[in-house]
Design a protein around this ligand. Structure first.
Ligand SMILES: [Zn+2]
Length: 278
């Protein structure tokens, strides 16, 4: 028996040009479009997902932190951070959320899994000093130092104890994905490569008997955008991002799949209704 639960850890707002990039624009043009855009999308959830599996509980992503709105937390020299607005109250952070569910992060989680190292996925890491933290090695490599800071990561804010287990996609093919990294011995939970939003981005697939949950991270911001094959405005590699959208669609064509992106306002409803991507 496997159970997946969506946990909302506050809200994020972005420009419409970030949610959806113009297909005729390259990476630089898309960023210019975001700066010029005056339209913000509605506040989007910052979702983490708890997977309960016979081998333990796995948390996918950690959301952001209330400190994001404290002056000086974000690097002032990078104007990109002013194109995103994070609103997280202290009690909305993932630690208090888990405690409200009766879970002790230190005792009750087998591992914390990151889809990628953007700040709205790593900002809750402070709650997990005693946990295994697993993340994609290829994404971590582009998330550190100045390069990371220019690309939406805040390595200078990562906990000083952070030594993530960096994994490679060297496991078996799963559906339309040529490789994977199994997280459980039975292989029912696995990371699969979904690059494009950022290099080395991974999604988490959870294969239950009757349905597969596809925890997409930011591989797509919404099911609507996935269906229409619309890539986002922050990708540095639109063609790879598009290939990933097509791989996810192909995967969902092979097995009943519930798509769960990290910022999709409809994801929790689809999960509750067990509504598959058709
Ligand atoms: Zn991201």
């Amino acid at each position: 028996m496997i159970r997946v639960t969506a946990i909302e850890t506050g809200k994020a707002r972005m420009k419409t040009a970030q949610r959806t990039g113009r297909p005729d624009r390259g990476p630089i043009g898309r960023k210019i479009d975001i700066f010029r855009d005056r339209e913000w999308v509605e506040p989007l959830p910052i979702l983490c997902f708890l997977i309960e599996h016979p081998e333990g509980r796995f948390l996918v992503d950690t959301g952001d932190t209330w400190r994001n709105s404290v002056p000086g937390y974000l690097p002032g020299w990078n104007p990109f951070y002013r194109q995103v607005s994070i609103r997280v109250a202290p009690e909305e952070e993932i630690g208090p959320r888990l405690r409200n569910m009766g879970l002790d992060p230190a005792r009750d989680l087998a591992a914390v899994v990151l889809t990628h190292f953007h700040h709205d996925h790593t900002g809750g890491l402070d709650h997990f000093p005693h946990n295994r933290i697993i993340g994609p090695g290829e994404n971590h490599a582009v998330s550190t130092g100045l390069r990371g800071m220019m690309m939406g990561c805040l390595p200078q804010r990562w906990p000083i104890w952070l030594k993530p287990e960096l994994v490679q996609m060297d496991g078996p093919a799963i559906g339309s994905f040529p490789a994977s990294h199994p997280l459980t011995r039975d292989g029912r939970i696995a990371l699969v490569p979904t690059p494009g939003h950022v290099a080395g981005h991974c999604a988490v697939v959870v294969r239950d008997d009757d349905v597969t949950y596809f925890l997409a991270g930011d591989a797509t911001y919404s099911q609507e955008n996935l269906r229409a094959e619309r890539t986002d405005g922050v990708t540095n590699d639109p063609s790879t991002a598009l290939a990933t959208l097509r791989a996810i669609k192909a995967f969902a064509g092979q097995q009943p799949t519930i798509l769960l992106p990290a910022h999709d306002p409809d994801a929790a409803r689809r999960l509750a209704a067990k509504e598959v991507l058709a």
